[in-house]
Design a protein around this ligand. Structure first.
Ligand code: NG6
Ligand code: CA
Length: 510
């Protein structure tokens, strides 16, 4: 036999074995997309009972996946919820995890493991598109927006990133791609301040006639694209976004990331701007609902999710892609801009059957829509398992075989069996963080210590309910609206839940 031929045959065989092993590896690891909406309430989606908002694409995820009824964000505001989701830690473990200004330093220590860093260790390509709001840069010097912006998503494990700094209502109103402001003209540098006015651009207070929507005092600083914002900025004219095309821009970037990652397992954190203020949907979605811009923006988000599904289908990777859809906190009708959402809401129940909404530790603040869809890995159904978004880190680690370093992600529990519908059993208890107060759910019971809790937010006012000693205790199956305080009747339960809450609040990383 010709020895050269033999070596060539062995080479071909080896290449075939490697290709087969690679295909097995990539097939066994599902792609993972977390679609993380902003300020979308439990009752804002068709599949969760909304009549006034059509969400056929999200509903289709629920039809072929699992629709959860007891999944919680860790907080009823954005930064703390996002902090927990990415790090596997409750937000009260980090005193900086509160609603951040647009020029805040990064609040996650790059030495901490995050979902993207652990997924990278098992071969995932990782991407972030959309809202960030976890700070950028370090706290020892003022961030220069005209140079490389770091530390940020890249230092926390995202191979690719295209995002806004904070929220749509905060400056700087520019996109940042892989650490650099997009379309920045170096002769028109960006400066940002949250303390005093810089530059001489019009503000909402000095030039109200330039505004699309009037705003409260806090949102009446620099005007960008006809909308006044929180904070002042100057420069970067060419780099500024237009609000109406912002969701389309994020969607395009998300689709590009999926297409360029189709041959490897990928993780995409797609954090939509909808439904945060300013709510300025593209004109083609205006009037889609009778609720005005707040409903129309949800329809726009749903349409975008449809485009992502189409992309996955056309690439032939939909079956092995796990999509998790959720939101960062409960709904709010008025949040700084007079955009008509409050007046047009009529009897739409944005928080579904729950009490409260954004800023609240009532169920409506943190009980979130959550759908898990993975055609080749999950059978359709509905689940009441109690899960917190803080559990995603340990759960995705378990799903993919990634290791979390000892003692890290201390609040994250592996709930992958509940997420994939193998069990209805989730957590025993979950802490809910509102503004200025924490509550705890343990099984069917819910407890608040003494304090103030936000009921709803209207023009110029957070309406707060007062809870007096020894706190408030509710039995959720019979009292989903948390209105019948049973604390006096069940002192032992009060003692048990209040001790558990205190223990959780002071626990420490070992
Ligand atoms: C609040 C803003 C609100 C919104 C929120 C952050 C005022 C009066 N209100 O402080 O408009 O920006 O922060 O929302 O400034 S979140 O969803 O990102 O947490
Ligand atoms: Ca939010």
């Amino acid at each position: 036999m010709n020895p050269l031929k033999n070596i060539r045959a062995q080479g071909v065989l080896l290449a075939l074995i490697i290709a087969y092993a690679q295909s097995c590896f990539s097939q066994s690891q599902p792609n993972i997309i977390i679609v993380y909406a902003d300020d979308v309430g439990y009752g804002d989606l068709g599949c969760y009972g909304a009549d006034a908002i059509d969400t056929p694409n999200i509903d289709s995820l629920a039809d072929n996946g699992i629709r959860f009824t007891s999944v919680y964000s860790t907080a009823s505001t954005c930064t703390p919820s996002r902090y927990s989701l990415l790090t596997g830690e409750y937000p009260f473990r980090n005193q900086d995890a509160t609603i951040l200004p647009g020029n805040a330093p990064l609040i996650i220590d790059p030495a901490k493991p995050t979902i993207p860093t652990i997924l990278k260790t098992v071969g995932y390509k990782t991407g972030l598109v959309g809202k960030w709001h976890l700070g950028l840069g370090t706290n020892d010097k003022v961030l220069d927006w005209n140079k490389e912006i770091k530390p940020g998503p890249k230092q926390l494990g995202f191979d690719y990133s295209f995002h806004m700094a904070a929220t749509g209502d905060r400056v700087p109103t520019v996109y940042i791609e892989n650490g650099y402001v997009v379309n920045l003209d170096s002769s028109d540098p960006i400066q940002v301040s949250y303390q005093e006015k810089i530059g001489n651009e019009p503000t909402g207070i000095s030039h109200p006639h330039l505004l699309k929507n009037q705003a409260d005092e806090q949102h009446s600083k620099t005007i960008v694209d006809g909308t006044s914002r929180i904070g002042y900025m100057t420069g970067g004219q060419q780099a500024r976004w237009t609000d109406e095309t912002l969701p389309d821009t994020f969607l395009r970037k998300a689709i590009d990331f999926i297409k360029s990652s189709k041959d490897e397992p990928f993780f995409l954190f797609y954090a939509t701007h909808e439904n945060h203020v300013p709510r300025i949907p593209h004109p083609r979605f205006r009037g889609s609902t009778c609720l005005g811009v707040r409903g129309d923006a949800v329809v726009q988000m749903d349409w975008g999710i449809g485009k992502i599904l189409e992309t996955l289908e056309s690439l032939g990777i939909r079956d092995n892609t796990l999509i998790l859809f959720s939101s960062d906190n409960g709904p709010v009708l008025f949040d700084g801009y007079y955009d008509g959402a409050l007046e047009r809401n009529k009897d739409h129940k944005a928080a579904g059957p729950w009490r409260g909404g954004k800023y609240s530790a009532w169920e409506g603040g943190t009980r979130m829509p959550f759908i898990a869809s993975w055609p080749s890995g999950i059978e359709a159904g509905i689940s009441d398992a109690i899960i917190s978004q803080v559990d995603l880190m340990a759960s995705l680690a378990a799903l993919t075989g990634a290791q979390i370093p000892e003692g890290r992600a201390m609040d994250s529990q592996n709930q992958i069996d509940a997420i994939t519908g193998k069990t209805n059993q989730g957590r025993a208890h979950v802490v809910q963080q509102g503004v200025g107060i924490h509550s705890i759910r343990v099984g069917d019971w819910k407890y608040f210590p003494e304090g103030f809790v936000t009921d709803r937010t209207t023009i110029g006012k957070h309406h707060r309910g007062k809870i007096t000693r020894p706190g408030a205790l509710f039995y959720l199956p019979e009292d989903p609206r948390e209105s019948n305080n049973l604390a006096a009747r069940y002192p032992k339960k009060v003692e048990e839940l209040s001790a558990l809450l205190r223990k959780e609040l002071v626990a420490d990383e070992n």
